[in-house]
Structures are given as C-alpha cells and as structure tokens.
Design a protein around this ligand. Sequence first.
Ligand code: ATP
Ligand code: MG
Length: 456
Amino acid sequence: MKERAAQIAAETIVDRLRAEGYDAYFAGGCVRDLLLGRKPDDFDIATSALPETVLAMFPRTFAVGAHFGVILVADKIDGEEIVTEVATFRSDGAYADGRRPQSVRFSESAEEDVVRRDFTINGMLLDPQLLRESGDLGKAVLDYVGGRADLRDRLVRAIGDADRRFDEDKLRMLRAVRFAARIDFEIELGTAAAIQKSAAHIANVSHERVRDELTRMLTDGRARRAFELLDRTGLLRTVLPEIARMQGVEQPPEYHPEGDVWVHTLMLLEQLPAGVSPTLAWGALLHDVGKPATFQRGPGRIRFNGHVEVGVRIAQDIARRLRFSNEETAQIVALVENHMRFGDVEKMKASTLKRFFRLQAFPEHLALHRMDCMASHGGLELYEYAKQRFEATPLEEVRPKLLVTGRDLIEVGLQPGPRFKELLAQAEDAQLEGRISSKEEGLALIRSLSDAAPIP
Ligand code: ATP
Ligand code: MG
C-alpha cells in the first residue's frame, strides 16, 4: 500500500519535471529492487533540474542536502504522507576525508550522474513514463554501467576503478557487504580484492556510520552471510576485532557439538529474522564475546570461567565505541549479562524467577536463549519452561503492590540501613512466593526475622 503510494508520488514528480522540459528518472536502489522483483523502500529521483528549480516547482519541499543537490518533496497520496528524494544530476569533486566529496558539480547528464554512484546494480535509471507505456521493465531501464548484466550474474561490482572508489569513500566497503548479503549476491572478484586491500582504512569512517551499517546487516535477515563476508573481506578485524577473536576458540564438544565460538555465533546470526530488534541482534552477536579471553583447557574439559562478566565489560566497550544510546547499551549488555541464567530457571524459587522476569524486554532474553540452544545442543526444555512460566505470570504477580513497605518498617520502630533493606527484600520474596498474603502476615514475618537476628 505504502509502496504503491510512494511509486505514484514519484511518478507524479517525474511527470511534472518532464512537463517543464527537464530530464527525470527513478534512480538507484528502487530500480535495482524493481528489477529483482523486490518492493523498494523508497523511490529516489534523479533530474537535470537544479535544486532551486525543484524547490520552486513543488509546494512542500525541504532542502536537506541542498549542497549535494538533494531536495525532499512531500506529497499526500491516498491519505499517505510520502516524502520523495529528488537529486540533481551531479558529478562529485575530489574526496579528502575518505567519506564525502569536497564539492559537487551539477550536471545536465544522466550518464555523469550514474558513474559517481557506488555499484553497478545501484547505478541504473528507470523511465517511469516508458514503463507505463510499454509495460516492460527491461525497455524502461537506462543502464550505462552494466548493472543489468551484474544483476543477472548476481554480482556486486564497483562502478569504475574499484580501488579508487573505495579510496574516495571507505563506507562503500561496508555497503558492498551489506548489499551482497541482503540479496545473496557475490562481491565481484576485483571489487572484493579492492576491499581486502583497503579494509583497514574502514577505521577512517565515523563509528556511528559503521554502527548503522552493521545494524542494518544484523537486521536485514541475512546476518550470517554478512558476517562471513565481513570476515572474508578483512573488514571484521577492524570494525569488530572482538568478534574476529572468536575464530578458532574451541568449545567442549559435549556441550557445543557445532564447533568453535565463531561458528556458534554465526549459527545465532543465521536465526535473526529480517526486521528483528537491533538490541536483540547485537545481543546475539555479543553474548559469548567474553569467551576468547577466558578460554581455559582443563582440568577435565575446556572452561570459560567468568566469561559473562568479561563479556559484559567487552560489550560495554563496544557499545560505547559505536556510540549506542544509553538505553540501547543497557539492553544489549543486559542480554549478555543474563544469558547463562536460563540454565537455572527450573531450580529458581518463585521469587527469583519473578525478579528474573522483571528484566526490561524479557521476551528478548527468551529469544536469545532459544537461539543459543538452537545453535548448540538443540534442546529447548528450559526455554519452553521459562516461556510458559513467563506467559502464565501476569504483570501484577511479577511486580505486585508490596504488602510491606519501608514506611511500615519504620512504623514498627526499625531504622533504615542495610539490614532494614534485607528484611524488606525478604518480605517481598515471601510475598512473591505466596508465603504471606496480607500486611499483618508480613509484619509478623518481619518480627520473627528481626527477633532471630535483631537490628543492632
Ligand atoms: P537501500 O535499499 O538500502 O536504501 P539504496 O540503493 O536505496 O539501498 P541508499 O543508501 O538509499 O541505497 O542510496 C541511494 C543511492 O545513492 C544508491 O542506490 C546509490 O546509487 C547512491 N549511493 C548511496 N550511497 C552512496 C555512496 N556512499 N557512494 C556512491 N553512491 C552512493
Ligand atoms: Mg534507499
């Protein structure tokens, strides 16, 4: 529905630009997706009209990237608010910072515009008028860069000289991996070799941009392949050395028949569906990140004592480095921190279990545990038990209104302090376990506890 409206909005803009005598096409990702039979996320337009012309021609516009000739045009189609990116044909000047051109030159030539784009499959234009008239996608595509052939051969190939293109903008190396993974293409040999040569320079790209690309790889539904490609191209070592270190870290075969920590992690990534929450995806990637540093062979068998605590610290470092928000960091770290607790769920007292369920977004913890099991022994008994108990416990039982509060303790003459806190927690445990069901019973419990060990 939304795609349809987006396409109509874009067609309307192209028609209007053409009626005024300008050249205009659909450009880039949407052409690729249409040719692949995938639904485009958005329809971008490339035109010979200058930004000021575009601004003047449409009533609701936003000059977000006017410097690069990009104008957003807003329109309402069938009640849907649609914003379309309209970019003036351009060629890019010299790149100095390894990410953006210092200057751009607007151009009248569609061909000039496509050669500054990153990959041949992203460098095609489409004439929507011709498509309407002929009904033939093939006839309506303008392909100056060999994009159709590469789509057919399922290749991600840099436009022009690959070394130069990655030297200009290092982020393109991650984009190559992301596109190849998402649509299950190979990276063309020369393009892959150029990435291998320049991989270490990915460190010049801002951490935020790297994070966003990695998050998209993790949540596009092809995370395993993306990480295999990151590894093969040599990018992984620079963007996430902590993950690269998992390779070759053996695990005890009786618990982990699948292999080393890297293989185990890839098997979790394989289970991440498209559209998965970014925090769960990062939690899956990082849950065992403490294992390489804690590996110990014997006595008896391989152990990773303290891997959770070490993993928490490493996950915190990574989240900080990649500039995750505090909220996202907290959730990712909590997933790492709690992933081993499922081993004890059947033995947990009701109070412990309910406190466990209080974790923020508990279903993400459950989902991670499930993936963790599926990526090793495959047994889901503990998962099923935890899930069933979680679903059977309403929120008001997980976090009930307290029968005994701090104020009650003060009223019976107790002084706030560590022992006071402990008594309060014991009253709450008793309530969560159903051992008390009224304030009176709670106070009686407190009295017996503090008689046994009076507050000094
Ligand atoms: P997605 O479906 O992920 O949005 P997309 O192909 O639309 O894929 P965008 O990042 O939206 O990718 O960029 C739109 C187009 O702009 C690309 O198809 C490509 O032609 C061009 N482009 C984007 N980023 C770069 C870049 N770093 N270098 C060169 N061209 C780029
Ligand atoms: Mg796009």
